[in-house]
Design a protein around this ligand. Structure first.
Ligand SMILES: Nc1nc2c(ncn2[C@@H]2O[C@H](COP(=O)(O)OP(=O)(O)OP(=O)(O)O)[C@@H](O)[C@H]2O)c(=O)[nH]1
Ligand SMILES: [Mg+2]
Length: 385
């Protein structure tokens, strides 16, 4: 399946249905008052996270999503029907942004979580709302309000605890293969990995964490070199970064320069990401005799100015990977789970209620009567005998 992690869609909530101005006898208010019913509310649009989905690809082809408008009210106090809400299913990990205002609307990080993205229009009020004994019509506008319309950017961010960072060919995919059941492609050329991979690591029977392998970064990636830095967004939700450094690059480049290049790109992308705990993992130590490997790793660490959280491994031989995994698990357990901005169902209901109350109050305030002019109303007017 193709991995698509960014799409733009347009969502349109339904307009509120019109309330009806109805009189039983021509231009006269019947006993018991006018009886035009309210319209129905327009349908709202929600995005909901579904753990069974893992791509946004469907929305690349299906960009317009519209909820129905509420139906109009009718005479004899018939209220119009509220339209069904439209629920758009997206993968867990989807971040939502309003393209026009650049406002973040939320993150869907849990299965079933739902966010209101376009509110349906409020229904127009029928004239049955306006009780009066006089032969006068309501000034109240009876049209429903318009449904919200938004252009949204959806981004799928991997939900991983640990992110792998490094140059192409450093051995990131080999590492994820050695510590998890994930089997991404490994090859002796750069840019083997083109899409992110996730693996679940189980250091002990009842403990696990998720690790993300992303395409390699190169110097100048923030200016578009290589595959660019677009994949770094998948590391935004990680709590620890493992910077994989090839101690014996085949191209003869200097591991120290290589490491600085990666850190530089990280800062270019986001200072916040650069602040995350980042451990150094020297890889491919099997290419040297043990003592030489040890001396080389110490030298590189010293030149990088790092003294803590340094590991030397051979991903291919799975040597020294266990202590690393163990320490990662221990650190993760000591960290608070990050709290994401989310809107609960209750909050959505609350907002909706407040909206109703405001609209109802407005109609009370406007509850005066005036000489009625049919042309003021862009609605169907029903006269019944
Ligand atoms: N000798 C040795 N070779 C390794 C080790 N780890 C990875 N390699 C080799 O290095 C090459 C690149 O490995 P990958 O795991 O594909 O590297 P990557 O970082 O995922 O590369 P990209 O996907 O291109 O970013 C492959 O030929 C691997 O077999 C190691 O510990 N020792
Ligand atoms: Mg790879």
């Amino acid at each position: 399946m193709k991995f698509v992690d960014e799409v733009e869609i347009r969502v349109e909530a339904g307009d509120g249905g019109a309330g009806i101005v109805s009189f039983r006898r021509e231009k006269y208010i019947p006993e018991g008052g006018p009886d035009g019913g309210d319209g129905g509310d327009g349908g709202s649009v929600y995005l909901q996270a579904d753990e069974n989905l893992n791509t946004l690809i469907d929305y690349q082809f299906e960009r317009f999503h519209r909820a129905d408008r509420g139906t109009n009210g009718r005479s004899r106090n018939c209220t119009g029907k509220k339209s069904d809400d439209l629920i758009i299913m997206v993968p867990v990990g989807t971040r939502i942004m309003d393209v026009d205002t650049q406002e973040g609307l939320g993150d869907l990080t849990q299965h079933g979580q739902k966010i209101l993205v376009a509110k349906g229009g409020f229904h127009g009020l029928g004239n049955a709302r306006f009780k009066s004994s006089t032969n006068r019509a309501p000034r109240q506008k009876t049209l429903g309000t318009e449904g919200e319309v938004r252009n949204l950017k959806l981004e799928l961010l991997l939900l991983a605890d640990v992110g792998l960072l490094g140059l192409p060919n450093a051995g990131k995919s080999t590492f994820i293969r050695s510590v998890s059941a994930a089997k991404p492609k490994v090859a002796d050329y750069p840019f083997t990995t083109l899409i992110p991979n996730l693996g679940v690591v189980r250091p002990e029977a009842n403990k696990s964490f998720v690790i993300a392998d992303i395409p390699g970064l190169i110097e100048g990636a923030s200016d578009g070199a290589g595959l660019g830095i677009q994949f770094l967004k998948h590391l935004e939700r990680c709590r620890i970064l493992l910077h994989i450094i090839d101690v014996m690059p085949v191209d003869g480049s200097n591991p120290v320069d290589n490491a600085f290049a990666i850190v530089n790109e990280l800062h270019q992308y986001s200072p916040k990401l650069a602040e995350k705990p980042r451990w150094l993992v020297f890889n491919k130590i099997d290419l040297l005799p043990a003592d030489e490997a040890k001396a080389l790793c110490e030298k590189i660490a010293q030149e990088l100015g790092e003294t803590e959280n340094i590991y030397s491994i051979s991903a291919i031989n799975k040597s020294n990977t266990q202590p690393l995994i163990h320490d990662v698990m221990t650190l993760l357990e000591s960290m608070p789970k990050e709290k994401f901005v989310e809107t609960t169902d209750e909050e959505v209901e609350f907002k909706w209620d407040t909206y109703h109350q405001k609209a109802a109050k407005k109609s009370d305030d406007d509850d005066d009567w005036d000489e009625w002019n049919e042309d003021d109303y862009d609605v169907e007017v029903v006269y019944e005998r």
